[in-house]
Design a protein around this ligand. Structure first.
Ligand code: GDD
Ligand code: MN
Length: 376
């Protein structure tokens, strides 16, 4: 046996690897953690299990509570992520942080039904399934806690996902499932870390190669705290559909960045017009005004929309803005350069203009991702 991994004599022997890791993404779920742990303990009697709470540095101190829990009971583990947000990304990292052959994903707020976990595990162990989905939309399941509006949105999203991505299960929008580790590890590199819908991503990415069984459950009411679902989640969802539909060629981020850029053009012309015609500034000053205003509004919109999961705050905003000015200035030189050389070959003004604009937006996008909103 390798000396390095043998436990010291006199200390407690290291626990063996659990059979099942339950991954629970959390953001401000402090009041739900202990209750969920108790319920898992009751539901998984006789199973070697652990739970990993993946917390995005919640201000309510969820991660501190999880650490205290872990000191008392090693089955309760925590993963604290700093400077990042996102349900899907948290689930992926949590799954990859364990070695258990089976992994489940469920919410912290007790809306999912932990009493189904033993049955789900049985289906995986027997080989009947490689992925078991907790489903609200099959016989025996329900989502009664939904209000009318949320039920409508959920039905629409489900129909859209099935149509566009040809996903065949009844509830691809569920956030409650269990999967074999080996199958997950194969798919993991292609999954999106943005957004809420990791199950849909897994099923769409697998393209029919996963053996899936759905088990019904009742989607309950949230125990404590508030839902984190907001209208921006819809944007992430459409982005996931688009990315999967185009085989990951078009990303939502790029599309948002380009849309923000088009808004910037409108801002530029508006500012130019006002400065020149209404305020009466000379042309060069007016043009500079337009450019600076457009870059600034692009920066603000990108910070709130395109990069909202990595949003810059405090002094980081100022630093980011200055870097963004720099990136865009170089982008403008590249834009004009490309347009000029295209025009030299083929004097078609709109073709040269479009080529330059495309060069500019691709450059700005690539460099902004590297320098302004770089992953920490
Ligand atoms: N780490 C992390 N980071 N966790 C997050 C984040 C985040 O940015 N956003 C939400 N969570 C956690 C919550 O703390 C909760 O444990 C779980 O993800 C689900 O979030 P809720 O805010 O409770 O969302 P919901 O109830 O509206 O949505 C649930 O229902 C959907 C079905 O309609 C989720 O389970 C979805 O996955 C599910 O599809
Ligand atoms: Mn919830």
């Amino acid at each position: 046996m390798n000396q390095a991994i043998r436990p010291d004599t006199g200390t407690q022997a290291l626990a063996s690897c659990p059979l099942l890791s339950v991954i629970v993404p959390t953001f401000n779920e402090r009041d739900n953690v202990l209750e969920l742990f108790r319920k898992l303990d009751a539901a998984l009697a006789g199973v070697a299990w652990e739970v990993i709470f993946v917390d995005d540095n919640s201000p309510d101190g969820t991660a501190d509570l999880v650490r205290e829990l872990g000191q008392r009971d090693p089955r309760g583990r925590g993963l604290r992520r700093i400077g990042r947000r996102g349900l899907s990304g948290a689930c992926i990292e949590g799954i990859l942080a364990s070695s258990a052959p089976y992994v489940a994903v469920m919410d912290a707020d007790l809306q999912h039904d932990e009493t189904q976990l033993a049955k789900m595990l049985g289906l995986l162990q027997s080989g009947a399934a490689e992925l078991v989905v907790g489903s609200r939309y099959i016989e025996g399941g329900s989502a009664d806690s939904f209000n009318k509006q949320r039920a409508g949105v959920s039905a629409l999203a489900t129909a859209l996902a099935k149509r566009v991505l040809r996903v065949e299960i009844a509830d691809p929008m569920s956030g409650f499932f269990m999967i074999r580790r080996d199958r997950f590890e194969q798919l993991a590199p292609q999954l999106s870390t943005q957004g809420f819908k990791i199950l849909l991503d897994i099923v769409a990415t697998a393209r029919g190669t996963l053996r899936i069984v759905e088990v019904p459950f009742t989607f309950g009411a949230r125990l404590h705290g508030e839902s984190k679902l907001d209208s921006m989640v819809a944007l992430d969802f459409l982005g996931l559909l688009l990315a999967k539909f185009t085989n990951d060629i078009v990303s939502l981020r790029f599309l948002l960045f380009a849309t923000v850029g088009s808004i910037g053009v409108v801002v530029h012309f508006l500012a130019l017009f006002i400065a020149l015609k209404i305020v009466g500034l000379p042309f060069p000053e007016s043009q500079a005004c337009g450019a600076i205003l457009a870059m600034t509004s692009n920066f603000v919109l990108n910070n709130f929309l395109t990069y909202r999961d990595q949003r810059l705050r405090g002094l980081g905003i100022l630093r980011g803005l200055l870097l963004f000015y720099l990136v865009c200035s170089v982008g403008l030189v590249a834009n004009v350069g490309v347009a000029f050389s295209v025009y030299n070959q083929e004097p078609i003004w709109w073709l040269a203009g479009a080529a330059g604009a495309l060069m500019g937006v691709v450059w700005n996008y690539a460099m902004s991702g590297l320098f302004v909103w770089r992953k920490r």
